[in-house]
Write a protein that binds this ligand. Sequence first.
Ligand code: PRP
Length: 176
Amino acid sequence: MLLKDPKVLIPETKIMNRVHELASEIAFDYRGKEITAICVLKGSFIFFADLIRNIDLPLNCEFMAVSSYGSKTTSSGEVKLTLDLTEPLEGKHVVVIEDIVDTGLTMQYLVENLRARKPATLRTCALLFKPEALQCQLDLDYIGFKLGKEFVVGYGLDYAGRYRQLPYIGALESEH
Ligand code: PRP
């Protein structure tokens, strides 16, 4: 299968406007508190960097990595923790930051895993959310954009490791 260049779904300016709005919402909700922001690698690194730079509160950055897609476009359904946090979360105000929630299995796994570490509060943030693809019960606290079922790349998201550096969110179309 050959791939054409991704079609622009969400342009850079629209992403940045929404990122600013989400950051303001989070800063308002956590006013007077300190946040532990968890970047879920790899896909979230660009969104995370843009989002936290607009949150005007004391904030700790933590990193985790999970994988369930490998080089495929569909989830294997099996979530693997490939990099864990280095700090305890007990008593902290934790926000998990994901680039995308598709089947929801990754976020569901993360919420269960992080809850067990007894944070004071735990909220979830995803730039992109595909409600029609959701395969589990999941409540997201902060959502950037809702999408259909198209496979998207760019702004941190990849297809087989490529396209993460695109400044926009694009849809991949196959060409036979
Ligand atoms: C992507 C994305 C989420 C997950 C969402 O990660 O970053 O973590 O898939 O999919 P789900 O809702 O169907 O579980 P991926 O496994 O592709 O790893 P990556 O972030 O390293 O690219």
